[in-house]
Write a protein that binds this ligand. Structure first.
Ligand code: C5P
Length: 221
């Protein structure tokens, strides 16, 4: 049986950094479900389909092909065969992802894909609804969070490191808006599963978070 670790939490809590590093430590596959929602959002933006256009989205779900591939430990997101791993990282795509992720058809399609991946391999999967909906029987569930300010500062630094322009106040506002959207949507809202361990990373280094998670897993194995 595959061993499944679910990591959920709000935008910018460090989930992907942590999940990726943790998967590496355990030699598990890292599954970034946010990247799948982002790839879907990029497709909708390119096709000019709005997040409110239910019919358009339903049709788009039928023709779009999203997959995750792993090459030399690096995850790539393919949209109809094209590597869109970098293109999906903009704020525009993130905001569209948060809106289109509210659509039932989008969720149905991507959740199915995520379950297939977890059924056959040991995974560390991160997202918003992994412990509550995608993998309710995951062996380990962690709800990783941090204060809005800490998360905004982290995103801000990421942009600067990439040589991109950034506005801290705007990022903070976007994060609050995204949290609100993710936590209040009708289908699969972001919330901590009853059996998930709450981990606040505001005052922890990456190493400290990873060590804590290792302890949590040891107790489960
Ligand atoms: O984690 P990331 O910021 O890449 O996710 C982008 C958006 O995709 C989130 O704001 C959220 O609305 C959506 N998402 C989701 N369910 C997941 C992962 C991401 O609804 N499992």
């Amino acid at each position: 049986m595959a061993f499944n670790i679910a990591i959920d939490g709000p935008a910018g809590a460090g989930k992907s950094t942590i999940a990726k590093a943790f998967a590496q430590r355990l030699s598990y596959i890292y599954v970034d479900t946010g990247a799948m929602y982002r790839a879907m959002a990029l497709y909708l933006l390119r096709e000019g389909i709005s997040a409110e256009d239910e019919g358009g989205i339903e049709e788009a779900c039928e023709r779009v092909d999203i997959s995750l591939v792993h090459e030399d430990g690096v995850q790539k997101v393919l949209l109809n065969g094209e590597d869109v791993s970098s293109l999906i990282r903009s704020e525009e795509v993130g905001n569209m992802a948060s809106k289109s992720a509210q659509n039932g058809k989008v969720r149905e399609k991507l959740v199915e894909l995520q379950r297939q991946l977890a059924a056959r391999t040991d995974v560390v999967m991160d997202g918003r609804d992994i412990g509550t909906c995608v993998l309710p029987k995951a062996d380990v569930k962690i709800y990783l969070t941090a204060s809005v300010h800490t998360r905004a500062v982290r995103r801000y630094k990421e942009y600067l490191d990439k040589g991109m322009e950034a506005d801290l106040a705007r990022i903070e506002e976007d994060i609050e808006k995204r949290d609100h959207q993710d936590m209040n949507r009708e289908i699969s809202p972001l919330k901590r599963a009853a059996d998930a361990v709450l981990l606040d990373s505001s005052d922890l280094t990456i190493e400290e978070v990873l060590d804590t998670m290792m302890e949590i897993c040891k107790n489960k194995k």
